[in-house]
Design a protein around this ligand. Sequence first.
Ligand code: FAD
Length: 403
Amino acid sequence: MSHMKSRRVIVVGGGIVGLAAAYKLLNNNPELSVTVLEKEDAVGQHQSGHNSGVLHAGLYYQPGSSKARLAVSGIREMTQFCQAEGVPHEICGKVVVAVTEDEVPRLQDLLARGTANGLRGLKWLSGAELREIEPHAAGVAAVQVPEEGIVDYSKVCLALVRRIRGLGGEVLTNSGVRRLEKNGAAWIAHTPRGDVAADVLLNCAGLQSDRVARMAGLELSMQIVPFRGVYYKLRAHRTHLVRNLIYPVPNPSFPFLGVHFTRMIGGGIEAGPNAVLALSREGYRFGQFSLRDLAQSLAFRGLWRFLMKYPGESWKEVRRSYSKEMFCRALGRLVPEIATADLEPGTSGVRAQAMYPNGELVQDFVFGEGPNQLHVLNAPSPGATASLSIADEIVRKLEQVMS
Ligand SMILES: Cc1cc2nc3c(=O)[nH]c(=O)nc-3n(C[C@H](O)[C@H](O)[C@H](O)COP(=O)(O)OP(=O)(O)OC[C@H]3O[C@@H](n4cnc5c(N)ncnc54)[C@H](O)[C@@H]3O)c2cc1C
């Protein structure tokens, strides 16, 4: 890290990835000057503050992928971080449930993946053993993942800000980067609060990361396609139906994990989310609409190819987003006692999912590089769990791109 000494780094985006990166950069080299520029009036207002709040240990991901590697190390580091910072969290374990016999081979594959990825304590459960852990769950078999848990990622973001400031770094809110300019070797970021100069640019702008990358002159073939996910909550008198985390066996083509039950660290049980094309990259209320965002999604040929490749799945998700009954049926596969009357509207989130022009979803974490610039172009789930390990990867990559 010696050649990074005394350099100025700007981090665009005060979500959990940008904050973790800023913290690790300063922690590894206290002489570095690091400024996080966040466009909202507080950190963690987008994906990092609108997610399921689950600590994922890396069960699902292709062995050898960055996701697998960084989730496994990330969950351990995130758990230690939360302990050190007093961030509310709980390692309560999760069950992934095969509801029918034909899902059993895919569940076996997941167990093999998790084992290959180095997860500890994975256990195959019969239907009867599953019900000892989750008495109201239905299933012919399940895998128990004891390392996983729940956490408040908004509080993780605030703890990261404290650490950054403690190490002399800056976190500026209301500082959206509107334009990036090169002045000789230096970057100039234009924000409503003034211009900020730096030697190195790190883009962690989540839902806006492709736009920020293009602002910096990077040529990209892939694009962020926003997928909105809506949650329901179990009414208070029915929360006994779920003890902790109950997940279905996911469809291997989709990184989204299917509707699941999540006990929230602040109390209550959430159910969901679904996944439909969002009409706005940052729209959390039903019907919220951005002409720019929608036009950009529709002009992207990858989206049309995706819809042609997966018409059944796409249509099912759209119908599920309009029909509480269908949503409830999907949940009822896992916990049959659930009725529509048990569900009340919950929160929502928008996923920044990068897509290739051929319509395939980008599965792994992806970075884009250029001289004195690094861009995090795809950091979907388990990006929050893995953020501290993604940050280590960022520090390594930044050393390589710095001239
Ligand atoms: C519905 C849902 C459920 C999920 N569940 C989980 C889960 O249970 N566990 C898990 O580990 N992960 C989960 N994830 C994924 C996780 O939330 C993300 O991987 C993680 O939050 C990504 O963090 P980020 O910092 O990259 O993005 P973000 O949190 O979106 O942060 C990007 C930041 O950049 C800022 N920004 C954008 N443009 C600019 C600009 N021009 N100038 C300045 N600032 C800018 C934004 O305001 C934002 O604050 C979930 C995601 C969603 C959407």
